[in-house]
Design a binder for this molecule. Structure first.
Ligand SMILES: [Zn+2]
Length: 234
């Protein structure tokens, strides 16, 4: 999709890990599975930051910050576990500290597509990079095993994105359409957009069922969540 690519977006999988080209940040070889996966998934070269001097962009970022907090809580994390910065040459990416780089072009192109913006944000938060510290003790695996783990991780993030969109009463199909549009070509190490669409829809169905059950059995709770976004804890 030339409109998106003209923004300098990587021609690789927009949300995927950068296989084999991770930046080692001077730490040398990974010492554990956690580090290994963190390097593959979140150790990418950081995109250059840009100022949000534009009023539209600033407003958009403020709106995304509100969703960042809600998504963090839905993921079971603290709001402050994540932050957002404006960047160039990316759609969105998250680093191992939970800092999310949001592409300026992507924001501008999707001003009116809240489902896509929040869906992409949800995918990044769904990675929950700090969680990988749990794997600190385990010895590194083979490259193939680590890659498999990373692919599973992508699936997990997609499932969460679908689920979160339903919980936030947004739609999943616009995100799937976006994902399909930016998929340049199938890559042997990525799952296809078609498979990711299935995962997203499954997560969405799960999220909608939860939301419906809550509405049915705990109407008070549902109203509170509706008014305040969500309860904030639990
Ligand atoms: Zn991802």
């Amino acid at each position: 999709m030339s409109r998106i690519n003209s923004g300098g977006v990587s021609t690789r999988n927009p949300f995927g890990p950068s296989w084999g080209s991770s930046v080692r940040t001077g730490k040398g070889e990974p010492a554990s599975v956690g580090e290994q996966v963190q390097q593959n998934l979140f150790g990418k070269k950081k995109p250059p930051l840009v100022d949000s001097d534009d009023a539209d962009i600033a407003a958009q970022m403020a709106r995304l910050h509100a969703f960042r907090k809600r998504l963090a809580r839905l993921a079971g994390d603290a709001e402050d576990d994540y932050d957002l910065v404006l960047a160039e040459g990316t759609i969105a990416m998250i680093d191992d500290k939970g800092l999310i780089y949001v592409g300026r072009r992507f924001l501008l192109d999707h001003m009116d597509h809240l489902d896509v913006l929040v869906g992409v944000l949800a995918h990044e938060i769904g990675h929950r990079p700090r969680r990988w510290n749990e794997y600190k003790a385990e010895a590194p695996r083979s490259k193939e095993e680590a890659e498999k783990l990373c692919r599973l991780e992508e699936t997990r993030a997609d499932y969460f994105a679908g689920k979160a969109l339903a919980e936030l009463k947004l739609q999943v199909e616009p995100l799937i359409a976006f994902l399909t549009a930016v998929q340049v070509q199938p890559h042997p190490e990525y799952f296809s957009a078609a498979l990711r669409a299935e995962v997203l829809r499954e997560g969405f169905t799960d999220g909608r069922r939860r939301a419906n059950n809550r509405k049915k059995f705990f109407p008070e709770l549902d109203r509170m969540r509706g008014a305040g976004g969500d309860l904030g804890t639990g």
